[in-house]
Design a protein around this ligand. Structure first.
Ligand SMILES: *Cc1c(COP(=O)(O)O)cnc(C)c1O
Length: 400
């Protein structure tokens, strides 16, 4: 059997030692050493499908074929594993491809997946429309309510899946509490850390078994790629996910891996500014007569503000608002903002506005995952905060 040479290789001892260095330092250096042949300070992009062998099975540095392992992907995987405090990371062509690999690595027919009732719509769709066909059960519970989750656990619950802060209502779930509860039930605890990023929140340190990322969002950070990742510190889980990555091959390209590594190097400074801008926007919108609710964990009256302060280094760049004028006001507002462009996705340098009910969450309309129809989600970008506030205020002021 051909085995995968690199994808399940653990992070080298040097990287483990470097976990004691600060986040921004690790983001720039771990997995990203200079090219030994030329001294190029930035690792090259290895756009190659295959690798020449020195005699049959004579692999250079373990490389055989790029579905199984590619130096650009490995560099990113080491960098990500270090930043999440894991031992292994696996990157994919999308966040959902990463989720699928993790689900397949863990589940068998008859198993039950328990999810937060406000997880990303595509995550719920993946299990309810694809995995369910193969005998997997799914149900949801309010992940911000530990008793509700405990009551929803079944004897066959094999995965407890949490996303915090949640999309688009920005609810915060207690990862440590859920990890304890999930482990008591014998479940693998998965945290989707896309909204928070490893800079703001470290689910593995809080007890989660695996972290999921859509690297399309803050990690990519520039709205120019689609990708995903699984990170874990559990060796046997890593082996199974690595086998999925190798056997299915839903990997990201060497170029996308390189671009994602480049983006990770500025994650700390970007996320700091996203947090500052989002806090300023959220505070400016509170009390506006056209706005009935502002959902942002950094506001003192957010229901889980204290938990967010304990669990996160900052409150992130996502804010959602509800409008007094309901659905007509939603359509008017998205036509009137100039800097906040109407688009799906989030986490990029530019500010975006999204109407979840008809866009990102259209697939869960009419289900228990449906979101309020008067709700708009803002991905607050890295423009000047004053310009962002002025843009939203002029649009809100002119609502009929
Ligand atoms: C976008 C997103 C996903 C899916 O990732 P893709 O890269 O679009 O496949 C999963 N979880 C969250 C929280 C997301 O925002």
């Amino acid at each position: 059997m051909t085995t995968e040479p690199n994808a399940s290789a653990p992070v080298p001892a040097e990287a483990t030692v470097s976990n004691r260095r600060g986040f921004a330092t690790r983001a720039i250096h771990d997995g990203q050493s200079f090219d030994p042949r030329t001294g190029a300070v930035i690792p090259p992009i290895f756009m190659t499908s295959t690798f020449v062998q020195d005699g049959v099975g004579g692999f250079r540095d373990g490389y055989e074929y790029s579905r199984g392992g590619n130096p650009s992907r490995d560099a990113l995987q080491q960098q990500l594993a270090s930043l999440e405090g894991g031992t292994h990371a696996f990157t994919f062509g999308s966040g959902l491809a990463a989720e699928d690999a993790l689900l397949r690595a863990v589940l068998k027919p008859g198993d039950h997946v328990l999810m937060g009732n406000d997880v990303y719509g595509g995550t719920h769709r993946l299990v309810s429309q694809l995995h369910q066909k193969w005998g997997v059960e799914i149900s949801t519970a309010d992940a911000s309510d530990l008793d509700a989750v405990r009551a929803a656990v079944r004897s066959n619950t094999r995965i407890l899946w949490v996303e915090t802060p949640s999309n688009p209502l920005m609810k915060v779930a207690d990862i440590a509490g859920l990890a304890e509860l999930g482990h008591a039930a014998g479940a693998v605890v998965v945290a989707d850390n896309t909204f928070a990023t490893p800079y703001l929140q470290q689910p593995l340190a809080l007890g989660a078994d695996a972290v999921i990322h859509s690297t399309t969002k803050y990690i990519g950070g520039h709205s120019d790629l689609v990708g995903g990742a699984v990170v874990t510190a559990d060796a046997s889980l890593a082996e199974s996910v690595g086998f999925q990555q190798f056997a299915v091959g839903a990997v990201n390209s060497p170029f996308d891996a390189w671009l994602t590594s480049r983006s990770l190097k500025t994650l700390a400074v970007r996320v700091e500014r996203h947090c500052q801008n989002a806090q300023a926007v959220a505070e400016a919108l509170v009390g506006h007569p056209a706005v009935t609710a502002v959902h942002y964990p950094g506001l003192p009256d957010h229901p889980q503000h204290e938990l967010a302060k304990r669990q996160m280094r900052g409150f992130g760049g996502m804010v959602s608002i509800q409008l007094a004028g309901g659905v007509p006001a939603v359509h008017e507002l998205v036509a009137r903002t100039r800097l906040f462009q109407l688009a799906e996705s989030l986490g990029g340098i530019e500010s975006l506005v999204c109407y979840p009910s008809e866009m990102t969450h259209a697939s869960v309309k009419g289900t228990e995952l449906a979101v309020p129809e008067d709700l708009l989600r803002l991905s607050v970008g890295l423009e000047e905060a004053a310009d962002l506030i002025a843009d939203l205020t002029q649009a809100l002021d002119s609502l009929s």
